[in-house]
Design a binder for this molecule. Structure first.
Ligand code: ATP
Ligand code: MG
Length: 421
């Protein structure tokens, strides 16, 4: 049996990199006082129809929709922001505090063509800063993501930023864009023409060189922004400048979800091939209100963890080796003594691995070497008679007999001098 197409097992040999991300990210979230939230993986289909938008790629072709045994229309969440907006409304979190600073990490589901950096079940680490219309909210969110990337030593990434203004500005712009593009209608294929009807803004970030060359002379969204929108965008850019955060303004950066307004941003990496976006986000001032909640603006973004892990693998090989001892019990007659010794190790917080495979002692030692253990604690018949254990140091290739009551003290001293062994 195989995993479903586009899904992957994350094996123990890889998961420690995920744990590293998780631990380092938590430290950073803690500094900025962002709290974790976990929402269900399944939601009503309606939630995404009403938030992400009917004509977006996600809703029109990527969602895992099914009906449960009670006939409810459900969807495996394709993204994290709409569920969080729903959770804020359902749980009336805003009554407690008008500002909610949240983060999440978990699986998302999109029915896409699997390829490197693109899966059907993938994972996102995301943050949402809800309740503020201040440009400082964008700046905080971008700073946190940047810190996560820097802490993981991801270099060669680029932050791109744009403003897509408010709804009226976008409507006016879209009208003019469609007019302009219609002149080239006969050069455009069916999917592009369809897009021109359904979601013309998305044409801006088309990768098709023909479209991009047509767009060279198209009207530019930023020229349609009024004073207020421009002021907000300029402030976001200025604060980023103040913090010496390097970014590039990309006037064609529109995002694939309907709920964004004003600021949109993406982070791309040269270390990735075709799927080079590691993080996408933006401001969403109408989302919570449109789902029936109060008028709460927000800013958020999400990192694609699989893509981040591809970059991590290219940067350096982090080591998962721990200072661990390998406990070898020679025969079942010594089991009880073995358990006593393990209990002592555990109480002293010494990391160990109890060998359970029924093989001869030489093979057990070979396994310890393969597992990169520092030493083997061997408990056999003679040792029990003498109330000792044998400790074999694998790197130094020597062994010592240690009195049972001195084991912990002995190992601790040795571990503190470990580089010599
Ligand atoms: P793309 O243009 O690559 O499809 P997107 O705009 O659909 O990305 P978002 O909805 O903004 O992506 O999601 C944020 C991040 O989640 C992306 O930048 C990417 O790193 C990651 N991501 C999105 N879809 C997938 C997927 N199918 N597999 C793996 N990661 C993904
Ligand atoms: Mg996509």
């Amino acid at each position: 049996m195989q995993t479903i197409r586009g899904t992957k097992d994350i094996l123990p040999s890889d998961i420690y990199k995920w744990q590293e991300l998780y631990l380092k990210a938590i430290e950073i979230f803690n500094i900025y006082d962002y709290l974790e939230i976990k929402t269900p993986i399944v939601e009503t289909t309606d939630l995404f129809l009403r938030s992400v938008g009917n004509n977006t790629d996600i809703v029109s072709k990527e969602m895992y929709i099914f009906s449960d045994r009670g006939g409810r229309a459900l969807t495996l969440r394709p993204e994290g922001t709409a569920p969080i907006a729903r959770a804020i409304i359902n749980n009336k979190l805003y009554l407690d505090n008008n500002i909610q600073k949240l983060w999440y990490m978990g699986p998302m589901f999109r029915y896409e063509r699997p390829q490197s950096g693109r899966q059907r079940q993938f994972h996102q680490l995301g943050i949402e800063c809800i309740g503020s219309n201040s440009p400082l909210a964008e700046v905080e969110v971008i700073t946190i993501i940047k810190q996560i990337l820097d802490t993981l030593r991801c270099q060669d990434y680029q932050i791109e930023i744009n403003s897509i203004g408010n709804k009226e500005e976008r409507i006016q712009y879209t009208k003019d864009l469609v007019n302009y593009m219609s002149e080239f209608e006969y050069d455009l294929d069916v999917t592009v023409r369809k897009r021109l009807l359904n979601n013309p803004l998305r044409l801006l970030d088309s990768k098709d060189p023909k479209i991009q060359s047509i767009l060279n002379k198209a009207p530019i969204l930023i020229d349609y922004l009024g004073k207020k929108s421009l002021k907000h965008f300029t402030a976001v850019c200025k604060y980023l400048d103040d913090l010496n955060i390097t970014y590039k303004i990309n006037h064609k950066l529109v995002r694939g979800l309907d709920y964004y307004n004003d600021t949109t941003f993406e982070i791309t990496s040269k270390k990735l091939g075709g799927q080079n976006t590691i993080c996408g986000g933006g401001r969403y001032n109408e989302l919570i209100n449109s789902l029936g909640g109060p008028n709460l603006p927000g800013v958020g973004c999400a990192i694609g963890i699989e893509r981040l892990m591809i970059i991590r693998d290219k940067i350096d090989k982090i080591s998962n080796d721990k200072k661990r001892v390998h406990v070898i019990i020679q025969s079942h007659k010594e089991n009880q003594k073995g358990l006593e010794i393990i209990t002592k190790l555990r109480s002293a917080n010494i990391l160990f691995h109890l060998e359970l495979e029924d093989i001869n002692i030489q093979k057990q030692i070979q396994k310890a070497i393969k597992n990169k253990a520092l030493c083997c604690i061997i408990i056999g018949e003679n040792e029990i008679l003498n109330r000792t254990v044998t400790i074999k140091w694998l790197k130094g290739k020597f062994q010592e007999t240690v009195q049972e009551e001195k084991i912990i003290e002995y190992i601790k001293i040795k571990l503190s001098q470990i580089d010599r062994y």
